[in-house]
Write a protein that binds this ligand. Sequence first.
Ligand code: PLP
Length: 264
Amino acid sequence: MRVALSIAGSDPTGGAGLQADLQVFRALGVHGTGAVTALTVQDTAKIHQVLPAFPNVVLDQIRVLLRDITPHAVKIGMLAGDDGVRAVALGLAELEAPPAGPPLVIDPVLAASDGTPLLERRALPALAELCARAALVTPNLAEAEALTGIDVATRAGVEAAARALVEELGAGAGLVTGGHAEGAPDDCLALREGSGVALRWLPGERIAAGAVHGTGCALASAAAAHLALGRDLLGAVAAARAFVADSLRRAEAVGSGARLLGLA
Ligand code: PLP
């Protein structure tokens, strides 16, 4: 059995957060384990309330779990607060570093589509520090700008931000997603290659699905699932992008607000 661990916030709709990650893992044939970093009160229309978990409980969940079940990949989503980020960093110290230990995928969640903050501002430096352990970081444009301090209004800016995720923050790879931008929803991938960084644009297709909940969560958890299955980074990124595109095509209005991905 291949196992992936999601460390994320709870979303009762199942459209994003931990509940969505576990469904993505299952859809891709991977067993999901999970540690909760925050509760949210939300429906498909909006987030009503955010309640961060006690940092010591976040740490205990991860420590106790990792002493029992070693995952083949780890995905990190919403971390809520500075203490939460530090608790997760401490918990991950239970794991061997790659290549012996599992690869880490970080979706640096800052805010929900409705604007609700999901990470306190002062936690950004700790989150940036955590990126040094990541095989892959998957920010959208706003998250890439916040993490790197680089203006991503132009394609050159996006390239510089993707490169900075690897060269400055120390991630193995950075995938800056363009789905929330106007125009072509292309993603920019920066990949460590020897002592340098290789940049490539991955062309995206605009899928008219309206407002859809949880695409960022699904992309990162699908990449983690594919890494858990033993794919290399480029293969995992390509498979995760295809999975999200297929799931967007099958998205359905289950509630009264944003559509939910139809996990392929
Ligand atoms: N709730 C949780 C727990 C999340 O982790 C996220 C996104 O990462 C969201 C809600 C928001 O999802 P969206 O911005 O797609 O509505």
